[in-house]
Design a protein around this ligand. Structure first.
Ligand code: DC
Length: 226
């Protein structure tokens, strides 16, 4: 049980594609009665809007304009951008292939980072998943978790979700990981103060319970030291 009188709780869940972030972050949010924010969906929605407008994704200022001017309504299981429900489309191949290009755009990152911080403040905290949540967006998060899993397990999970060939998907994931971890602005990385959890051979419930215990322990430590 979480303490009822607490400062805003923010749990950062970072890690590469297929590490189990969404499943675990959603389940954790439910258990802790917190809201869940999928920041990857925000990058995907901007990519969707840019593709819909036939924009050249390498035109940084044009894509940044889309990010800053769009009206984005994000919920636990849906995302609406400029009045269009993009929940399904953002998971499609076109967006998935293009999104890491948009995610290297620093202007887009600055805009979305601000929206993420605002969202969390408006919702009184949350479980936030992404790549730079513990490192950049919420460096003072209550708890930072870095989820990982072996490349093969990650590829198999993606195939189970959306179909396709394991080898092909593994190659695509590797390419995206490489872009996400090597970009100059807020790359995917494990911060020294985050807890690493390898989900390759652990059941979702076990991971969630483990993280829940860590959150409770953090709160107890905080109370003891205040
Ligand atoms: O988690 P996902 O696969 O939906 O993320 C989509 C892309 O957005 C992926 O290339 C990583 C990027 N991303 C990011 O750079 N920073 C975030 N906070 C979340 C996602």
């Amino acid at each position: 049980m979480l303490a009822s009188t607490h400062a805003m709780i923010v749990i950062a869940i970072d890690g590469p594609a297929g590490a189990g972030k969404s499943t675990i972050a959603k389940a954790l949010a439910k258990k802790l009665s917190l809201r869940y924010l999928d920041t990857g969906a925000m990058y995907r929605a901007v990519t969707f809007a840019a593709l819909t407008r036939n924009l050249d994704l390498s035109n940084e200022s044009a894509i940044a304009k889309v990010a800053s001017e769009c009206v984005m309504l994000i919920d636990d299981d849906s995302i609406i951008i400029d009045g269009l429900d993009a929940t399904q489309e953002i998971r499609g191949q076109k967006v998935t292939r293009a999104v890491s290009i948009v995610a290297t755009n620093s202007l887009v990152r600055t805009e979305l980072r601000g929206r993420q911080q605002q969202w969390v403040s408006e919702h009184g905290g949350g479980v936030v998943e992404g790549r730079d949540i513990g490192s950049v967006v919420f460096p003072d998060a209550t708890l930072k978790v870095y989820l990982t899993a072996s490349p093969l397990v990650r590829a198999k999970r993606r195939v189970a979700q959306s179909g396709g060939d394991v080898e092909l998907i593994a190659a695509e994931i590797a390419e995206r990981d490489q872009r996400d971890s090597s970009r100059s602005d807020s790359p995917l990385m494990k911060t020294s103060d985050s807890v690493m959890v390898d989900t390759s051979n652990i059941d979702v419930n076990e991971v969630v319970e483990h993280i829940e215990r860590l959150v409770v322990a953090r709160q107890q430590n905080k109370r003891a030291s205040s």
